[in-house]
Design a protein around this ligand. Structure first.
Ligand code: PLP
Length: 363
């Protein structure tokens, strides 16, 4: 059943674009510290500012609103740690980097399609004083896109700041900071074909921020530490590539794959809800998530059981549980720019074999 390798785990991380690799190779030739005032330093600083402009342009903000961080996780932490837990409202389907740094926050429930309902936000804010609402733009497991602009109006009417984790949405759907009308927005390079270990926080000029990295005055005193020069340049190159990418073909492949999976008795989570063009959360009639991930892997196919888990263990999805789906037979299939129609065909034929000859799971 061994096939050629097929990567369908783009929401975990992505291959580097060739142009990003070239940019990284070239960037290795520069070593100046961007904080140094001599020519080497000024050159590095100039290159960082060029990269900042590209990222700012992609989300429609002024470059001074872009703060480079070590990851999407750090961007989320920066915002959430600025506010006391009790003053934060978020949702039950957030990424762990939001959930784990606001443990006492109030969590908005989601409906069976994974959506936070604007009228519930309104109701909650009428009864509870909150300073920050943190709501992801698109979910990493299901791809469900939240009605954020509508929620922004409600939050601001109640004097509440709005943060969105746009790590999965950015590059796949339009992400315009002004149009979304948010105060903070988190990004990560490795989800869009850039290097790992570099992210950004986009911030409204008047929004408060408490920096937990103390040290030098980098990033306008908002994030100390010598900048990740290679990462920043690679991030900007990835932004250029992803902005040019046409997702229509990926969406067509996703729709075709979903149709074929349904014919095999597999359920597509939030099937009729607006979702990212590349993400499928699928519940199988038999076999556990863990077994499915292993069996596909043996067939040379990379998928995941929900989010990428740093412990390497498959855990029940908190996202699906929050949507009322009590299952341990779900997997996430996430497509990207290397995905071909042949990959989809192979995936379907391997799926048929798996369902017809299920491997016995240990009791
Ligand atoms: N937020 C979401 C929605 C994610 O999917 C991820 C990564 O999986 C993160 C945040 C964390 O980003 P990073 O891997 O850059 O820390």
């Amino acid at each position: 059943m061994k096939t050629n390798s097929i990567y369908l785990d783009f929401n975990a991380t992505t291959p580097l674009w060739p142009n990003v690799q070239d940019t990284l190779h070239r960037a290795m030739g520069y070593f100046g510290n961007p904080s140094s005032i001599h020519a080497w330093g000024r050159q590095a600083q100039g290159m960082i500012e060029g990269a900042r402009e590209k990222i700012a342009q992609a989300v429609n903000v002024h470059p001074s609103q872009v703060i480079f961080t070590s990851s999407g996780t750090e961007a989320n932490n920066l915002v959430l740690q600025t506010y006391p837990d009790e003053a934060i409202i978020s949702s039950t389907v957030e990424h762990v980097s939001v959930l784990h740094c606001s443990e006492k926050a109030t969590r908005m429930p989601v409906d069976q399609n994974g959506l936070v309902r604007p009228e519930q936000v309104e109701k909650l804010l009428r009864h509870q004083k909150a300073s920050l609402l943190s709501l992801m733009l698109a979910n990493n497991e299901t791809g469900v896109i939240q009605p954020l602009s509508e929620i922004a109006k409600i939050a601001h009417a109640h004097g509440c700041r709005l943060h969105t984790d746009a790590v999965q949405a950015f590059g796949k759907i339009p992400v315009d900071f002004q149009e979304l009308d948010v105060d903070y927005l988190s990004l990560s390079a490795h989800k869009i074909g850039g290097p790992k270990g570099i992210g950004a926080l986009i911030i409204r000029d008047d929004a408060p921020l408490t920096s937990f990295m103390k040290g030098g005055g980098q990033e306008r005193r908002r994030r100390a530490g010598t900048e990740n020069f290679l990462g920043i340049l690679g991030f900007a190159a990835a932004v250029e590539e992803i902005s040019r990418f046409d997702w229509h073909k990926v969406l067509d492949m996703r729709v075709l794959l979903e149709k074929q999976l349904k014919e095999l008795g597999i359920t597509i989570v939030a099937e009729n809800t607006t979702r990212l063009p590349n993400t499928i959360s699928a519940i199988y009639p038999s076999l556990s998530s863990e077994m499915l991930v292993m069996q596909y892997d043996l067939s040379g196919i990379a998928i995941s059981a929900g989010s990428a888990c740093s412990s390497g263990k498959v855990q029940k999805s908190h996202v699906l549980s929050a949507m009322g789906q009590d299952t341990d037979s779900a997997i996430r299939i996430s497509l990207g720019w290397t995905t071909t129609e042949q990959d989809i065909e192979t995936f379907v034929s391997v799926t048929k074999q798996l369902l017809n000859n299920p491997v016995q799971e240990a009791a």
